[in-house]
Write a protein of this length. Sequence first.
Length: 427
Amino acid sequence: MAHTAKPTRENRTITVDFHDEATYFALLSDGKAFVEFVLAFIFSLGFQLTHKSTCNGGSGLTRHSHYARVRLGGLSIWRMQCTSCKAVFTVLPHFILRYRKMRPDAARDALLATHGGLSIELCATICHISPMALYRLICALGQYSLVNVLVKSHLPLPAYILADEQHSKCLTERVYLPTIVSGRVIWHLGYSDAKSAGAFTESYGQFQRAALAHEPSYQVRGALTDGFDSTVSSLRTVFPKARLGFCLRHALNKLPDKLVGVSASVRQGLRSQFHALLHRCRQRTSLRMVALGQRLRHFAKRIDATMGEAHGERVRHWFGAKKAGWYAVLADPKMPAMSTVLDQAHNAIDRKLFAMKGLHHPGGSQAAFLTGLAHLHNLIPYQCRALNAGKCGVEVEGGRVPTSDWILNLQLLTSGGYRYTPEPPHH
Ligand SMILES: [Zn+2]
C-alpha cells in the first residue's frame, strides 16, 4: 500500500471532543448547532484557530462561516471556512485519528504498551494491529514540533536547559540523538549520524528556530552539559549568550578515572571528599566561585602529598580544563547542577528504541519517530506508584493539558489548526 504521510499544504485539522459518538451524529444534521458546539469547545480549551497570517481571526467564524460536509471512510466530516482569509478547518471528532484507520482506543493501548517498553511484536499481538501501523502512528505524531506542543500546554520556553547526546544504533551504524531537557520535559530529540560540532549545531539549531518562531526574543540563559567538546562548541554557537556549565555528578564519576593505579578504596574515598567539596560550595550563599577555586587547589595539593605529584598534576590538569564549567554552575543559583533527569529521559528513550529496533532502519523517518516518542514521554501520565503518579511530565513542570485524558490531549495538542493563545495579563 502506498503511503504518503506528509501533506505539503498547511494542516488545519482540529480535533474536537464531542463526548460521545451519538452527540456527534446528532449535531451532523444541524449545521448551526454544530458550529456553535465547535466554537464553544475551542473557547473552553483557550485555543485559537490558525487563520492565515493576513487575517485577524477573531470569532468571525461564528456567524459567517461556510461549512461543507465530506465523507471519509463512510463517516461525515465537516469543514469550516473563514470568510475573510479563506482558511479551511477540518473538524475531526475525537473518536477518529487523522489519516488513520486505527481507533484512538486501540492507539491508546498500543502507545501505552510501547511507552512501557513492550516490543513491537508484543504490541502487535496484544493490540491486534500491525507493527508498521504503530510505527507510522508515532511518526505522524512526530510531525508536530515539541516546542509547538509544549507551548500549547502553557509551558514557558526554558531559560535553563540540559543538553547531551544519546548514543544509539541504527542497524550497525552509530548514531547520536542530541537532546534538550528541562526538568521532566523533553524539548528536543534530534537525530544525527555524525558526532561533530557541526552536526550537533544543526540539530540544536532546530530547537532554537522553533523557539524563536514562537518568541523572537527567546534566549537560553544557562545550559548544562557533561563537557564533551562537540556538545560545548555547538551550544556556544547556537546559544552564544548562555552560561555553559558542566554537570557536577559527571565530574564526581570521572575523578576516579584520573587516578590510575590507585586502589579502589582510596579512589572511592577521594570521590566522597570531592563530593563533599562540591556540595559545600553549592551550599554557600556568597563567594561560591572563590571558594571552589580555593578548595580545588587544596584538594590537588592533598593528592600531591598522599599519592605523589604525578597524580596531583593529572588531577590539577583536569581541574584546569573543567573548572570554568563548574564555576558556571555555581555562578547562577538557577543553573541546574546535575543532568540526572536528562539521563533518565535518555534511558527511557533507549529502552523504547531497543524495543522498536526491528523498525529502526536507515530508510525510516527517524526525526519524526523520535519526536513522536518524545511527545509520549512528555504527555503520558506516570504510573500509579511513581512520585508524580497520575501526572504527566508537562504537568509536573507546571504546564496545563487540555483534558484529563492523555490520548485526547495528544490529539488536541498535535492538531495543526489550533494555536496557542497567550494568557491575558493579570492586574
Ligand atoms: Zn481567517
